[in-house]
Ligand binder design. Structure first.
Ligand SMILES: C[S@@+](CC[C@H](N)C(=O)[O-])C[C@H]1O[C@@H](n2cnc3c(N)ncnc32)[C@H](O)[C@@H]1O
Length: 375
């Protein structure tokens, strides 16, 4: 394994120990109150001693009308997060509905038990708990996000989870978004989120990373920062039914067709032409505005998407700099990206004889719903 890969994996695993702040949980969860009455909630990556997900649901157990709260904790590798975080064993904790005694609500539990194994969300005993749950809510380890989501889908669970917004580009995740099996939460994707981190990692961040970028200091406490966190869910919320107001009309000059995809290019979500019935490539930020009654998602610019395929490839093009010198690379790395004809004002481009093209950022392909007149 290369050194870079090792470093990347180490960083990813560190991000697995980013602990979600209560305010971020409250800000997202307030949009879903209607879904929780009478439900069993399971937080399966949560040490109840430190998890704010556990804290949120235990504090709001009655207000949400929960039937049961189950939390399981992975035997933690970082023992230094908080002074009382000393559990050597993975634990399982359950809170049940309380009762009213002399007019006062007396919560039942929590009952704490030890798990036989290490509390891995994929273990038989955790899957057994998962089958009892209606809704899973947590911030799972980012490095296992694909597997984590696959398991939720396999067991047909409702969920609300934190992940990296990059996950929308994973070949295992994008099809779920495309099919409206899963969508983004209410907090805008890519909004800065700060997380509590284990003490040792906090010191590492201060020693090796850039303040403002990898971490921030809030009231003297070092918080890990993710500039690209996002909530993923299959619980309905009001924002995904809000109609995007469109005001522009199509013109071939403003909305050129890609060289390699049968779609027009739209650079800004606000500029989606209201009268175009065909496919359009839009920036990934579109997902924050996606309303499934207004738009259909057709595909993603990548070589793995079989539904919306690139029909042109650039292996026999040469990459050029703005000063017209060759970089020495071929156009192969542009394959799958959306490509426009012509020379860009900035950045490198590709040539083959008289043909000149350039690459754009990745795009999601969408189509308006309910427009019947071909342009
Ligand atoms: C990103 S942290 C978030 C923790 C907590 N859910 C929160 O939001 O504060 C992910 C957590 O998953 C735990 N974890 C790592 N691998 C796991 C696994 N295979 N099964 C269950 N939990 C795991 C880590 O120990 C860590 O506590």
């Amino acid at each position: 394994m290369s050194l870079n890969r090792n470093l990347r994996d180490a960083k990813r695993q560190k991000n697995d120990d980013f602990y979600t702040q209560l305010a971020d949980i409250e800000n997202e969860l307030k949009h879903y109150r209607q879904h929780f009455a009478g439900k069993v909630v399971y937080c399966n990556c949560d040490d109840p001693k430190i998890s704010n997900f556990y804290k949120y649901f235990s504090l709001n157990f009655e207000a949400l009308g929960l039937r049961k709260l189950i939390t399981t904790c992975y035997k933690n590798q970082y023992m230094d997060l908080f002074s009382d975080h000393t559990s050597e064993k993975a634990i399982w904790l359950e809170c049940n509905q309380g009762t009213y005694e002399k007019g006062a609500y007396v919560p039942s539990g929590p009952v704490v038990r030890h798990l036989k194994g290490d509390g891995d969300f994929r273990s038989t005993e955790c899957i057994e708990l998962l089958t009892q749950a209606d809704i899973v809510v947590t911030n799972p380890p980012f490095s296992l996000f694909r597997e984590y989501v696959a398991q939720l889908v396999q067991y047909g669970k409702k969920f609300l989870i934190v992940g990296s917004q990059n996950a929308v580009t994973y070949k295992e995740i994008f099809p779920l978004i495309k099919d409206n099996t899963m969508w983004l939460g209410v907090t805008p994707k890519g909004q800065d989120m700060l997380f509590d981190v284990p003490e040792g990692y906090a010191q590492e961040l201060v020693a090796n990373a850039k303040e403002g970028s990898a971490y921030r200091v809030v009231k003297g406490v070092i918080k890990g920062r993710l500039g690209n966190a996002a909530w993923f869910t299959n619980l309905d919320h009001r924002k995904r039914h809000e109609e995007l107001i469109l005001y522009k009309c199509y013109s071939p000059e403003e909305y050129p067709t890609y060289d390699n995809y049968d779609a027009i290019n739209v650079d800004k979500i606000a500029e989606i032409p209201m009268d175009w019935v065909g496919a359009m490539g839009v920036p990934i930020t579109f997902l924050d505005k996606h309303n499934p009654e207004q738009f259909e998602i057709l595909g993603f610019s990548s070589l793995w998407d079989d539904d919306f395929k690139s029909h042109t490839f650039y292996d026999d093009y040469a990459e050029m700099r703005q000063d017209r010198t060759k970089t020495g690379l071929s156009g192969q790395k542009a394959n799958g990206y959306p490509i426009l004809r012509g020379r860009p004002r900035k950045g490198n481009y590709l040539i083959k004889g008289e043909e000149v093209v350039y690459t754009l950022y990745r795009r999601i392909f969408i189509r308006r719903k309910g427009l019947s007149h071909p342009h």
